[in-house]
Design a protein around this ligand. Structure first.
Ligand code: SAM
Length: 281
């Protein structure tokens, strides 16, 4: 029997503001890991200090992920337990982590996720908007042109849309959202799990007005947008009569078939009936 000598990559969720959201299992994994890979080692040091943990910290961020990824892969191949954390929430969600998980999977190294807080889902469940299906868009591109193109590509996605945004860009992003997606229902979730947690619910135009009053916008935002309105289907009288006849052929009595189609497509039952009688003569 061959023993697996390879290490394990743990993807550890950390709080998005409230340290009370750090899970006991996550803490145990951090405690037991041979090394902790962090997006910002100073930030993670504060977390570790808060929980009285002393660990070897290694930087792993967007800029260093190739070189540091090689180093971490070597440690994992040598049998080390590596815990990866980001500054907040789940690694790999608008944060580094997905690439390393992919490399581990390709090299047969076990990847174990340790659940924790996540801004997108935390905002979604309290938004008051449909929670499924949803589409996580993350951060939009920084350039206005690319941003509008991206929004246009998502305009007809029939799902609640979740976006992340930094406070200094929130107004310009909402202006583009209004221009490209139209005036949809929206929920702005700010400073989740923190003292000044706030939910603003209404229409995109109202959200913009609400923020116009603030000069120096602070706090982290999740934007939740309702799915696009379903367009009403328009059918000709011929097409509607065909639907009635299809139902009749399936064994539905004529009166009920007429009532069903009239109600479903919001047309007067009498019009359908008169036309059907005329054609039957
Ligand atoms: N990995 C994180 C997660 O699982 O949610 C996301 C990290 S991403 C770099 C940071 C963005 O997440 C912020 O700009 C904001 O859009 C959102 N975010 C993170 N913490 C938040 C909070 N406490 N309240 C609202 N939004 C938050």
């Amino acid at each position: 029997m061959s023993e697996n000598t390879k290490g394990v990559l743990y993807l550890v969720g950390t709080p998005i503001g409230n340290l009370g959201d750090m899970s006991p299992r996550g803490l145990q994994v951090l405690k037991d890991a041979d090394l902790v890979a962090a997006e910002d080692t100073r930030h993670t040091l504060e977390l570790l200090n808060h929980f009285d943990l002393k660990k070897k910290l290694v930087r792993y961020d967007e800029h260093t992920k190739d070189a540091q990824g090689d180093l971490l892969m070597a440690e994992l191949q040598a049998g080390k337990q590596v815990a990866l954390v980001s500054d907040a929430g789940l690694p790999g969600i608008a944060d580094p982590g997905a690439d390393l998980a992919e490399r581990c999977i390709a090299e047969n190294i076990q990847v174990i996720p340790i659940p924790g807080a996540n801004a997108a889902l935390t905002a979604l469940i309290a938004s008051g908007l449909p929670t499924q299906p949803f589409f996580f868009g993350g951060f939009l591109p920084k350039s206005a042109k690319n941003r509008k193109e991206q929004l246009q590509a998502w305009n007809s996605v029939p799902a609640t849309l979740i976006l992340y945004e930094a406070p200094h860009r929130i107004k310009e992003v909402l202006k583009d959202v209004l221009q490209v997606l139209g005036d949809r229902k929206i929920c702005l979730a700010r400073e989740l799990t923190k003292i000044h947690e706030e939910f603003w619910r209404g229409m995109t135009s109202g959200a913009l007005e609400h923020l116009q009053a603030e000069e120096n916008i602070r706090g982290e935002f999740v934007i939740i947008l309702a799915p696009p309105e379903q367009k009403e289907e328009h059918y000709t009288l011929d097409e509607l009569l065909q639907k009635v006849q299809d139902l009749i052929q399936d064994g539905v009595p004529k009166k009920e078939a007429l009532a069903e189609i009239a109600q479903k497509y919001k047309v007067p039952k009498r019009d359908l009936y008169n036309e059907l009688i005329k054609r039957e003569k």
